[in-house]
Ligand binder design. Structure first.
Ligand SMILES: NC(=O)c1ccc[n+]([C@@H]2O[C@H](COP(=O)([O-])OP(=O)(O)OC[C@H]3O[C@@H](n4cnc5c(N)ncnc54)[C@H](OP(=O)(O)O)[C@@H]3O)[C@@H](O)[C@H]2O)c1
Length: 249
């Protein structure tokens, strides 16, 4: 990237970047001029590898289900890299289970990670972003949050709520220079989607994708890079559908 690029010197925090989509996003940003905090919950080796692929990257332990962990992670990032200009809420969990078998605890855990996880991070970056008059928040939702779930209704419901949170933050803070957008991936080959993709139903789903293949973490990363750019300052409260044509919304 050009040394005069506005991204140079900006700081990004990507949660859940030790593998999968988050790793792809962190790598794209890390070669586009951003200083990147590579979030991980457990797998430090993955985060170290991703950080080493970035021009200026560092792993940071952050469990988004734990408010204290989020607080310490931001303190570490602030001290090591600086204030976060771009927050990518990517960390997420999935759980395949029929609706009638899901317990309250499983619903609560799903919402704590996949919805409240973003609330916990957003409330830490918003005041500073508003004060500086610039900020970018990108929430990784899912096509499940748009068309509903079949075997993980709690996942779909939390991802739908994340889309709504995205619009509310955009309504409240776009005038402060802080845009908030969501990306809704369709199917990307990662550990999360691995089990589903091995089933006959999963293979049939892939065969029906109009583009004819799965998405890649780097394609999600490229969309984040666009939403984070100065050029995207008029894009806010939107959901970018990166699903190969699986759903036209
Ligand atoms: N793959 C798909 O087809 C697909 C489709 C639509 C949407 N998405 C969404 O895209 C995002 C990334 O998915 P993925 O497929 O890359 O998943 P993945 O391969 O399962 O990776 C999940 C990542 O999230 C981290 N994580 C899990 N729980 C966490 C927690 N409580 N706090 C912080 N980090 C946590 C993991 O960290 P550790 O490695 O340290 O455990 C890992 O880095 C998720 O939000 C997912 O819902 C994925």
């Amino acid at each position: 990237m050009d040394a005069r690029s506005p991204a140079r010197g900006r700081i990004a925090l990507v949660t859940g970047a030790s593998r999968g989509i988050g790793a792809g996003i962190a790598r794209v940003l890390g070669t586009a001029g951003y200083g990147v905090a590579v979030g991980y919950r457990e797998r430090i080796e993955g985060a170290l590898e991703v950080a080493s692929d970035c021009e200026r990257g560092m792993p940071v332990q952050v469990d988004v289900a734990d408010d204290d962990s989020v607080e310490s992670a931001f303190a570490v990032v602030r001290a090591e890299l600086g204030e976060v200009d771009l927050l990518v809420n990517n960390a997420g969990i999935a759980q395949e289970k029929p609706f009638l078998d899901l317990t309250d605890a499983e619903w609560e855990r799903m919402f704590s990670v996949n919805l409240l996880g973003s609330v916990r991070t957003i409330r830490r970056v918003l005041p500073g972003m508003c004060e500086r008059g610039f900020g970018r928040i990108v929430n990784i939702s899912s096509i499940g949050g748009q068309w509903g779930g079949v075997n993980q209704l709690h996942y779909a419901a939390a991802k739908a709520a994340l889309l709504n949170l995205t619009r509310s933050i955009a309504k409240l803070h776009s005038k402060d220079g802080v845009t908030c957008n969501a990306i809704a991936p369709g199917l990307v080959a990662t550990e999360m989607s691995g089990a589903e993709l091995e089933t006959a139903a999963g293979r049939a789903k892939v065969a029906r994708i109009p583009v004819g293949r799965l998405g890649t973490p780097e394609e999600i990363g490229a969309a984040v890079r666009f939403l984070a750019s100065d050029e995207a300052g008029y894009v806010t409260g939107q959901t970018l559908n990166l699903n190969g044509g699986m759903l036209f919304a």
